[in-house]
Each structure stands twice: as structure tokens, then as C-alpha cells.
Design a binder for this molecule. Sequence first.
Ligand code: GLN
Length: 405
Amino acid sequence: MDLDQEETSPVVGVLEGIRAKVAGLGGGRVADYIPELAHAEPDAFGIAVVSPHGRAYAAGRSEQTFSLQSMSKPFVYAMALEEHGLEVVHEHVGAEPSGEPFNAISLDESGRPENPMINAGAIVTTSLVGDGERGVRSEHIRSVLSTFAGRDLAVDEQVYLSEAETGHRNRALGYLSLSGGVLVGSVEAAVQDYFRQCSVSVTVVDLAVMAGTLASGGVNPVTGERVVSQLTARHTLSIMTSCGMYDRAGEWGLRVGIPAKSGVSGGILAAAPGAFGVGVFSPPLDEAGNSVRGVAALERLSEDYDLHMLRTPARPHSPMHSVTRSGDSLSVLLRGEIDFLAAEQVVSRLAEAVEDTGVTSVTVELERVSGFSEAARSLLAAELEELADAGVGAQVKDPRGVHGS
Ligand code: GLN
């Protein structure tokens, strides 16, 4: 991967500032229920962001590796969606926040895990992917995770063995899901492949690129490769929004408001749609299993740099570059991306001009338009038809064919 990591940039300064603010924060405990994780260094801290243009910025331990753990779940969910579509996946795993810890026995009345971000739902999701044959599926998952990261990722065999030897609760969740009729194939195969996906080794920069791929509608911002469809990316971000932080999902929405997923290794990845992918790492966890300093870092990043996804968006530029009248004719030169909101401004302006000034012909010029959404296209077409019905000559000048009709 040709990663363009910026060394000296004010953005790196921002990340250094966040690191300095959260570094002294105490509290939390390094996970030890998977024995291999207990070796993590409590003071290690790293943070990285990747822009939609594929530029990476990092501070702290940007090269330190740790295991993906539950941060693998959204990506494997995305794989299941690509393979089967939402409706089929939904028959096996729900989409409601459980409000419970990640390892809870959280199955709904029909025996379906509440969502794919808790362990029960993630194990079922893994069982839906590809070929259940030993080795084939886990290699497939590892290779797609690598495409999300834009580099070849490896399984940490020590972490895998450690979890495979001790992960009996996850086996139990697998059997409950099997008895509910939602787990496909053998429980042991699904659980083993789930353990392997959790053991994939990453850095904070990898997390940021993986999150950035979801934030950029399924296209890896660094390699330019499409990994999943735009719809799958949106579905995955939706689940991360409602269920990514376990029983802290609601508070996360209030304080951070960026779709995210945490893992017991101490990593958190967050994907600000259309904007940045973020990765943070700091091993000590709070009672909900989320990194204490990771949560604090993301709260600061969201607050100080205005990344909450529900902030009121800036008023867009007018889509009309110019409106000129000559005699009975009106000419409107549009610019930029025309979405539904922009088209609403254009059609209301056209209707107003015809009503107030009595022009008898209008021309909409599109040479400066970079794109048209489907909704915008039909709104403009409907308005032009209405004008024509009212006896106003209406035409579109579209030398580059962006309007497509
Ligand atoms: N592999 C871990 C487990 O199943 C993942 C849990 C997590 O990261 N929250 O217990």
C-alpha cells in the first residue's frame, strides 16, 4: 500500500494534543480473560486518522500491533451482507441494541442474537460467510480484512490459541444460537473462525484505514479499491451507530456521535461518514469493555473538531452559479453536486421567476455540474415538464451528459 503518512502537519499537532490530554488519565483494567491479552502494556497509546483523500496522520505508538478482537465484527457483518443481502442476514441476526455487555446471552424471542456486534451475533454472522470448511473461510475473512486495511494482515497465532483454549463462553453462545436455528453449519467451525478473525493483528493506522473505507462508502481511501458496496457500508455504519459500543451505545451517541466499534485489546475504530477514519489504542478498559483513554480521545476529537454526525450541517453553497435574464428568457447556470436539497432550490427559483417576471423560456445549463443524484434528476425533470405544460419553453443544456435524460 502506498500510504502517504504525513510527518509534519498541523493535523499531527491536533493528535499530539489529544494524546497529551488523555495520557494521564488513570482507571480501567487490561483484559485478562483471554490470557494472551494480559501481557499488553497499560501505558501504550496510539491514535491515527485517515482523510477521505487517503492521507494518514498519527501520534504515539502508530506502529504497535494488537489484535482486532471485536473490531473485526462490523467488517465480517459487511461480508455477510455482500454475500446474502440484508433480508437474509436479518433472519439470522437482529439489529437492535442489546443494552448488554458484549458477552451477554442476548437472544430475542425467536432465538436470534439481538445484533451482530455482541459475541453471539458475531459468531452467527461468521457462520454465514463463505465456505464453512476449515481454513477456507478464515483465510477468506483474513484476506477481505486486509483489503479493508489496504495491506496484508496476519493472524496473531498466540492470541488465537489463547482464545481457542479458553473461549468456552463463546462456544456456549454458539450452541444457543444453533439451538435457535440461526447458526449455519458447525458451532466449532464458526467459533474457531470467529477466534481467528478476532486475532488478526493491526496498528492504529490500519484501524483508521479500515474505518475510512466504511466512511468513504466502501472504497478504501488509500488504495482506491472498492471493498464493499455503498449500501453495505451504510448498513454497517448504521449497526455500529446503534450497537458498536455495547451498553454504552446511547452515551456514545451523545458524547461522540461517530459510528464506532471497540475491542477488548483496547482498540477503537470510528468512521465519520464522508470524512475521517479514526483508530485509537490504549489497553485499559472500562466496565463496558471499552478503552478508557480511547473513549476520552474520541470524545475530544469529536468535540474539538466538530465531527459529531448529527451536528447541523453547514448551509451548502447555492447550486446556482448565476441567473441571467435577457428579454423573456431566463438562463440558470448550475454548479457542483446537485442533490435533492440543491434541486429544491433550483426548481423553486425557476417557478418563482416564471410567476413573478412572466418569462416565457428558461434554460438550465449544466456544464459546471459535477453530478446529479437520482432524486434531484427527477425533481428537475418534473419541474421542467410542469413549465412546458404551462407554455414556458424549457430546455436543458447538458454538453457533458450529467443529467442523463
Ligand atoms: N474475542 C473476544 C471475545 O470474543 C472479542 C470481545 C471484544 O472485543 N469485546 O471475547
